[in-house]
Write a protein that binds this ligand. Structure first.
Ligand SMILES: [Zn+2]
Ligand SMILES: [Zn+2]
Length: 249
């Protein structure tokens, strides 16, 4: 959809009744879910792995790590608001492919809850989209979520800190080492952003955590630019047992 058409639709949206963020049913207020979707939202809550945020099925001592993180500690920590399932999956798909960037703002409270206490020097940075995809879609859904988080937490946002130097093929169906090769050198910190990254806690924002390969490539670039630490925050993450969901790819 072109920018003009999108602007017109954004105007029409204001005139039409608000709709459920997941299924599109008419609801009372903008940015909310219908009752059945809200009841089915798979919120991620404690106990969870202290490193990757994978929810545990049974109580665990504070600071416990999942087996995968114990075996190979990831270079960044991760948290997600929702499991990538049911209505949460619908929101992610509508945000990415449904031409509804405003859904990101609707998710601000969920992102803030999942982010927890952010350090005072936190800097919010979205996972970048290649400029061809950005041109085709008209917006980067990760950047829209990052903007929503920055507004909700009153922390600064550096929307173009990272750049995708080439369009990468989908990493679906690749094994971890193939994924790493697929992404090697594809993501970099912009030269102008380096002084702002050094010594800071970077909150890296994306819509969904699946294999973790993209987030890992971003974290590597940020840490090479002397970021103090990288925390990944996603709206949703894959948690089904047996599916790719571990972040130390
Ligand atoms: Zn609904
Ligand atoms: Zn873990």
């Amino acid at each position: 959809m072109g920018r003009l058409k999108r602007a017109i639709w954004a105007g029409v949206d204001l005139l039409l009744p608000p709709r459920c963020a997941a299924c599109g049913t008419i609801v009372d207020a903008q940015g909310s879910f219908c009752a059945p979707c809200f009841a089915a939202l798979p919120f991620i809550t404690a106990p969870m792995c202290v490193s990757c945020g994978l929810p545990f099925e049974t109580p665990q001592p504070e600071g416990a790590q999942c087996a995968a993180c114990l075996a190979s500690p990831p270079r960044f920590t991760a948290r997600a608001a929702l499991a990538y399932d049911g209505p949460a999956r619908e929101v992610v798909l509508r945000l990415k492919h449904g031409d509804r960037p405003h859904l990101a703002g609707d998710m601000a409270a969920h992102l803030r809850r999942a982010a927890g206490e952010l350090p005072g020097d936190a800097l919010i940075v979205p996972v970048p989209l290649h400029r061809w995809r950005l041109w085709k879609r008209g917006y980067n859904q990760a950047a829209e979520l990052a903007k929503a988080l920055a507004a909700a937490t009153d922390r600064p946002l550096l929307v173009d800190a990272l750049v995708r130097r080439r369009a990468t093929a989908s990493s679906q169906g690749l094994n971890p080492s193939q994924r790493r090769r697929n992404l090697a050198g594809a993501i970099a910190v912009r030269t102008a952003a380096r002084p702002l990254i050094a010594g800071r806690c970077i909150v890296l924002v994306d819509d969904v955590l699946t294999t973790g390969a993209t987030a890992d490539a971003c974290a590597r670039a940020l840490l090479r630019a002397k970021a103090d630490a990288v925390r990944l925050l996603t709206l949703a993450r894959v948690v089904r047992p047996g599916s790719a969901g571990h972040i130390a790819s």
